[in-house]
Design a protein around this ligand. Structure first.
Ligand code: EPU
Length: 356
């Protein structure tokens, strides 16, 4: 195990913000982590777990010890009458893993193609797209507790998944009501994730962009490969490739409101894009609201709002140069957007990535 000092993080965060890790350790296998935790000095340091860096905003050098998770391997761990259970190391690239499952004949992740980041980060924010969320396919994960060094496993219920949310995004503490909740923020390193892909596969459709693809191709019953290809096409058309333009995917969550709040907004803005959810609440398209406030294409310094999707903030600098946005510029832009949306719609947009 090697502790590297003053490591540039520009290539390790998809917004390509220039910042350094004062100390960084690469975790290629479980034993690297055990070795680190058995060193009293290293064990005592605050730690920051870095996956693909696709959901973080670096606002300065990282003082915590950065654990860069690079655990590889993917395999079929179990085949039951109903499902294929596949496992991937936390350091595997998510999209490569999705492509591998399809190539092996295990469909079910095609709607989640081309989401940037690693397998280990996928449960943290419960990644989702085109009607599928990770929790819909999740079986279990293994992780190490950074405080005790213990290996533990969690099932879906224990991960407490929500919309772009999980137990890994919350610190320990009481939740409304009586019982304590086990928050695992900065407490756990995910090593492996297992997904259960049902053999009785059927496409998940019903999303406007996918419906358009079906109409274009005169297809009513697509294969998993077709859905995968379409999702890739849709994402490439409207979302920037982080290898070319620095970004962290959707920068804000889509807010949910009560029917009364929605009626109030519709009365003022009849075109507001909204979706009725099963629990009676209504989800509003944050991208539409940001766009309606005139932010699409605008910039603060080198931080900008993507021209084709206002929910995505981009770094207008080159990905390998130092002429790019600072984390401060990104956050100034994000706050200005939050203020505009609040003033016009009375809605506080929540930032999706983790601000470091
Ligand atoms: N819209 C605009 N202007 C814009 C952006 C969007 O009018 O600048 C409108 C669109 O025309 C559409 C609606 O807003 O009617 C929603 O847009 P879109 O279908 O692109 O989806 P989204 O709600 O903006 C969410 C996820 C994406 C995911 C897509 C597809 C969140 C925060 N974002 O975006 O996830 O790929 O749906 O399922 O839930 C991510 O989390 O990083 C991400 C990219």
């Amino acid at each position: 195990m090697l502790v590297e000092n003053n490591v540039p993080l520009q290539a390790f965060n998809s917004l390509h913000i220039v910042a350094k890790a004062q100390r960084l350790v690469r975790i290629a296998q479980e034993s690297d982590l055990q070795a680190l935790l058995s060193d009293p000095k290293l064990a005592a340091l605050p730690k920051f777990v870095l996956g693909g860096g696709s959901n973080i905003v670096l606002t300065g050098d990282v003082r915590a010890l950065v654990l860069k998770v690079e655990i590889k391997a993917r395999r079929l761990v179990q085949e039951t009458a109903k499902a294929f259970v596949v496992e991937a190391g936390a350091g595997e690239n998510w999209h490569d893993f999705v492509s591998w499952t399809l190539a092996q004949g295990y469909p079910g992740l095609e709607n989640l193609a081309l989401i940037p980041g690693t397998v280990g980060a996928s449960p943290v924010q419960n990644i989702g797209a085109y009607g599928v969320e990770l929790q819909d396919r999740f079986a279990s994960l293994d992780a190490i507790d950074l405080q005790t060094g213990q290996l533990f496993s969690l099932d879906a219920a224990q991960c407490a998944f929500g919309y772009r949310d999980s137990v890994f995004k919350h610190g320990a503490g009481a939740v409304a009501g009586t019982h304590q909740r086990l928050g695992l923020k900065e407490r756990a390193v995910i090593l492996r994730v297992r997904l259960s892909l049902p053999k009785a596969w059927k496409p998940v459709l019903g999303y406007a962009d996918l419906d358009r693809k079906m109409a274009e191709h005169h297809c009513t019953n697509p294969t998993a490969q077709q859905v995968y290809d379409w999702v890739c096409e849709i994402r490439r058309a409207k979302l920037p490739d982080p290898q070319v333009i620095g970004n962290a995917g959707s920068f804000f969550k889509n807010p949910t409101v009560t029917p009364e709040q929605c009626d109030d907004i519709i009365a003022r803005d009849p075109k507001v894009v909204h979706y009725h959810l099963a629990d009676g609440t209504i989800k509003l398209a944050a991208g539409w609201m940001i766009d309606a406030c005139g932010w699409r294409g605008k910039s603060v310094g080198q931080a900008g709002v993507y021209e084709k999707q206002a929910l995505v903030l981009v770094n207008r600098g080159t990905v390998d140069g130092s002429d790019g946005a600072t984390g401060g510029e990104v956050m100034t832009l994000a706050r200005a957007i939050q203020t505009s949306v609040y003033e016009r719609f009375g809605i506080r947009l929540e930032i999706e990535p983790v601000v470091v």
